[in-house]
Design a protein around this ligand. Sequence first.
Ligand code: GDP
Ligand code: IMO
Ligand code: MG
Length: 425
Amino acid sequence: MPGTVVVGTQWGDEGKGKLTDILAGDMDVVVRYQGGHNAGHTIVVGEQSFAVRLVPSGILHPGTVNVIGNGVVVDPAILFGELDVLEQRGIDTSNLVVSGNAHLIMPYHQLLDVVYERHLGPAKLGTTKSGIGPAYADKAARVGLRVQDLLDPKIFRQKLEVVLKEKGAVLSRVYNRLPPSIDEMCELYLDVHAPRLAPRIVDSVHLVHTALEEGKQVMFEGAQATFLDLDHGTYPFVTSSNPVAGGACAGAGVGPRHLDRIIGITKAYLTRVGSGPFPTELLDDVGDGLVDRGREYGVNTKRRRRPGWFDAVMLRQAVRLNSLTEIFLTKLDILDPLPAIKVCVAYDIDGERVTHMPYHQSDLHKAVPVYEELPGWQEDITGCTTLDELPARARDYVLFLAEQGNVPVSYVGVGPERKQTVHVA
Ligand code: GDP
Ligand code: IMO
Ligand code: MG
């Protein structure tokens, strides 16, 4: 009963979409287990580039069933927009299904995301303003609407009436904004979205377990990443779900025994979008170079990603938090021109050398990175297909990171395209 998890080990945008797409060719089922359209996953095939947000990154493989799991929050309009674009480009999306237990993002969630951020002023989180936090907050408060509610108009309206009393009051009295009326929302969700979504709504837990019982290959695709995790990330500068591998259990409805391969997607340097601590952040020309060469701009929001050196303290923590069996190191090619590359191997916190992630956020803010410097290879590696073809210094860099994290590296990404992947083992 093999289950593979793909999880980001940093602050997102590590290249999860690329790897999920590569592995999906061998998978029967791919399940997204958390997050929503705050994600932006890029898949490059030849000359074509696809960007998916809610749709699992296995969608390009016609033989793979793609499941939006119960742990995801779904804005139907965004989902249909994505499906339309894929279909216009000749992709068969009939293999995409949605869990009836997934929660819906409603227009007031998106409005609240915007006004909460404004209210925070300089302390803002830098969210994607997609309504993710407010939708998960309602799920936890037990006033969320679920995808299955679309199938029962009476229940849908009743629930909405209750929740709107509070949302309407907060939005109008505190934030001077008005959500759409209940009639407008019912019309949009029940008359427009429901008929289109209905044929795709499934019991995803049953679907996943049937596949596992039949010995099929199931992959659990995480969005965001370990350090954006609500429990384990740099709170409050996190997302509102659990991207860590354990999140796959709750977000797809499987027990931990079903997860036997856990792949951490790890960029060869670091980026972060939005606010929050970042010990190895580069605010200089070297950072600008990483952003330019790595095209480090958000897939959806187009925001510039903050660049930094690789942080092995974070990697060690990600190995622990996710029980990583291996890592897939991405974007090694972006380091090609650098004469020297730094890796943070520990933090200096108030004069003390610390090799594990401090639990206290203030410590992380004060952490001064302790670097080891490795020589760069200054060669173009984008055409390499085997480990032997990589320059010795590039191999040394990969091995150094593996040693630091005490985790094997199984693939190295040397370009955005599917084929630009070096299989190590
Ligand atoms: P995700 O959110 O983790 O799926 O990652 P994104 O798609 O947001 O960002 C990763 C970006 O890097 C995308 O533009 C990918 O096409 C690109 N990418 C992925 N792997 C590699 C690689 O090994 N080298 C290069 N140059 N680009 C890569
Ligand atoms: P993928 O899956 C990078 C960040 C936002 C913000 C914080 C909270 O493409 O790696 P949210 O809208 O989730 O409430 O925002 O999380 N964030 C991401 N950063 N990649 C992502 O997804 C992200 N999804 C959310 O920038 O700092
Ligand atoms: Mg992304």
